[in-house]
Design a protein around this ligand. Sequence first.
Ligand SMILES: CC(=O)[C@@H](O)[C@H](O)COP(=O)(O)O
Ligand SMILES: NCC(=O)COP(=O)(O)O
Length: 237
Amino acid sequence: MTKLSVNINKIATLRNARGGDVPNVLEAARSIESFGAEGITVHPRPDERHIRYADARELKPILKTEFNIEGKPIQQFIDLVLEVKPAQVTLVPDAEDAITSNAGWDTIKHKEYLKEVISEFNSNGIRTSIFVDPVNEMIKGASETGTNRIELYTESFAVDYAKGDKNAAKAYAECAVLANKLGLGINAGHDLSLQNIKFFKDSVQHLDEVSIGHALISEALYMGLEKTIQQYLKLLK
Ligand SMILES: CC(=O)[C@@H](O)[C@H](O)COP(=O)(O)O
Ligand SMILES: NCC(=O)COP(=O)(O)O
């Protein structure tokens, strides 16, 4: 069974557009949980253009499902995660000016750094996951950092699948088998949607969790959050 964690960054984007508190991200998170989602993901960025560090602090006590905080492990982010103590932290190598996440970690080049940060989170009881491209060498490198899980960066899958490529999930399927052999849990995310999630889920074994934000919130504009979440849950069974 693959868990659905809903990324609520885009709810905060809408809120921030008017500078007030509409829509309220805490209320949205509560509703998302009540519609059956098994987790809430946030990805605060240093410019706080969508979800804010303060949102992460306020979300923790009200959430009933798994809280996943994603981000680049700069000191401010590390301090936030150690204070909030979510169930899971996902480390992402965000470039300074990127519109969104656009690459996985080079787990060989940054192995020592990742080991250090991961060890601190693990010793505080926080499950760790690192964002990686579907490349065997990066999976092997990840397994040497001490991380509990990897998150497969699915943008290239989404692009190739949309072009009709039947092998769009091949590298992901191979990496998932390798990661599982190496004892790593497997998450996936980025540009997953109602169009492509079933193919991905059916192609990739051992998938513990997917985190979905941009497409899910967009689809909910037409169908509503409840129906949209229920469709994902059906496709992830
Ligand atoms: C790691 C990942 O793929 C997502 O967290 C994505 O980066 C969402 O971030 P934005 O909402 O800032 O695009
Ligand atoms: N980790 C991926 C995530 O949280 C959501 O990515 P996206 O669905 O907004 O592309």
